[in-house]
Design a protein around this ligand. Structure first.
Ligand code: PLP
Length: 370
């Protein structure tokens, strides 16, 4: 019997219509706010653009099949995170967030949820494997964390949280569903800022949430409908278009990242390097168990702010920018935002699809100049 193709091969056509003569491989975006709607509204698939539309359906079908759940798409990663945090809790519930994860998610909870009686707790990612989850109703955690790339064991966290009746959601942005499958590891919900590697072209903001259970995804879908946090058809189509090449891009980016991290780890001007694919990295053991890729982000520390800024100025191939996951390498001195508890000389480096030798030459030459 023919073997089922791998996830990496299935993404190429995921969510596309069945082959039919004369039909487009990937139909273009459908721009519509209004659909013809006669009689019984429930009998019609499409009613009004904020409730649902065909371009969304194609991409949601693709993510749902690939991740094994029910998907709801959003106009950004933050709206995906807000949907999880807002639609699944009630006053008196306790949310757990990473103390060292993407800072705006913590800010959102602190600023907009706490005042409605939601309790907020935080935990450092590196301490989650030992964490006691009692009293937690919903945890939205990141592994590897952004920007310092600590990890925790998703299966262990899900098992412990479920013993207390809580839900586990994983922000899978730093790896994507090809690099890690949170729902298969035991999580209830997975989300991603597809702005990053899933789209990968640095031209679209996007996000999605995939839930194991239909009842949970329906709460999230309803929040989208009534909050109006809806993606545009053009952005949806662009992300769907980019999805096909995700595996090719990830393979190059992650191979480049390992080569870069290995070189940096031996460099005299680099104080320390974090990359889950280095055998002596504290994240290596968890990464080895649950990740398909070690990732494309490398964080490393230079002597101080001046050294880090000089390095960034001296790079020619690498753009100084926030964000990560694009086909081009980008880097930034993360402490410049003042939102993370991080040393002044730390660079978060998002490794792109350049030829490895070009990229490594550029970085080595920039290090020589500081
Ligand atoms: C881990 C993580 N989650 C969520 C987000 C938010 O995504 P967006 O910028 O698309 O709203 C980001 C953005 O950097 C992120 O890094």
């Amino acid at each position: 019997m023919a073997q089922k193709p791998s996830l990496a091969s299935r993404i190429i056509n995921a969510g596309s219509p069945k082959p039919e003569n004369g039909q487009a491989f990937k139909p273009g975006p459908q721009f519509a706010s209004t659909f013809h709607l006669q009689g019984d509204v429930e009998a019609n698939t499409y009613q009004y653009g904020r409730f649902g539309q065909p371009t969304w359906d194609s991409l949601e079908k693709a993510f749902a099949k690939l991740e094994g759940g029910e998907t709801v798409i959003f106009p950004s990663g933050m709206s995906a995170a807000a949907a999880i945090l807002t639609s699944l809790v009630s006053p008196g519930d306790t949310i757990l967030l990473p103390a060292d994860g993407y800072a705006p998610v913590r800010y959102y909870a602190q600023q907009y949820l706490v005042k409605f009686g939601i309790h907020l707790k935080t935990v450092e990612t590196a301490k989650i494997d030992e964490y006691d989850f009692s009293g937690i109703d919903l945890a939205l955690l990141e592994t590897p964390s952004n920007p310092m790339l600590d990890t925790f064991n998703v299966h262990l966290a899900a098992t412990k949280l479920h013993q207390h009746g809580g839900l586990l959601a994983i922000d899978n942005t730093t790896l994507t569903f090809l690099g890690q499958a949170p729902l298969l590891l035991g999580a209830d919900i997975t989300m991603s800022a597809d702005t990053k590697a899933v789209n990968g072209q640095s031209d679209v903001l996007f996000g999605h949430v995939t839930c194991k259970e239909y009842a949970i995804s329906e709460k999230i879908r309803e929040w989208r409908k009534y909050s109006g946090n809806i993606p545009g058809p053009m952005e949806t189509w662009l992300v769907h278009r980019s999805l096909s090449t995700l595996d090719v891009r990830l393979e190059r980016m992650c191979n480049n990242a390992l080569a870069l991290a290995t070189l940096l780890a031996e460099h005299e001007k680099v104080l320390s390097v974090r990359y889950p694919g280095l055998k002596n990295d504290p994240s290596y053991s968890n990464a080895k168990i649950q990740q398909q890729y070690f990732g494309f982000i490398v964080s490393f520390e230079l002597a101080n702010q001046h050294a880090a800024d000089s390095f960034l100025r001296a790079c020619k191939l690498v753009y100084e920018a926030t964000s990560f996951g694009g086909v081009h390498s980008t880097a930034e001195r993360r402490a410049r935002w003042g939102t993370d508890d991080i040393a002044d000389g730390v660079i978060r480096f998002s490794v792109g699809c350049e030829r490895a030798e070009d990229l490594l030459n550029d970085v080595m030459s920039a290090l020589e100049q500081i």
